[in-house]
Design a protein around this ligand. Structure first.
Ligand code: FES
Length: 106
């Protein structure tokens, strides 16, 4: 899976994620700015918040109640595109996925 991370300033980083990676773990491995993943993927921090764009969005796992609740604690505003990137597998079913990294609150 190719994951394209778009930064608030318009720059993009493209990563080839391995099966088993999440959008969060792939970002950490590649040092993508703005994705922290403080809790290690346990849905306890919301520092892995991203906005997901199609075409990937429709093929992603449905949001669980836990993810839904944790998205109330994101720094950046939540939108209908908001997901926790640790809950998004970089599986074989998705060729290319585009996510936007929220700007950090200053
Ligand atoms: Fe903490 Fe995703 S890494 S909620």
């Amino acid at each position: 899976t190719k994951i394209i991370y778009r930064q608030p300033d318009g720059t993009r980083v493209t990563i080839d994620a391995a099966p088993g990676d999440s959008v969060m773990s792939a970002a950490l491995a590649a040092d993508v700015d703005g994705i922290v993943g403080e809790c290690g993927g346990n849905m306890m921090c919301a520092t892995c918040h991203v906005y997901v764009e199609d075409p990937g969005a429709g093929r992603l796992p449905a949001m669980t109640d836990d993810e839904d609740q944790m998205l109330a604690f994101t720094d950046a505003p939540r939108t209908t595109a908001s997901r926790l990137s640790c809950q998004l597998p970089a599986g074989d079913t998705i060729d290319t996925m585009v996510v936007t990294v929220p700007g950090s609150r200053t």
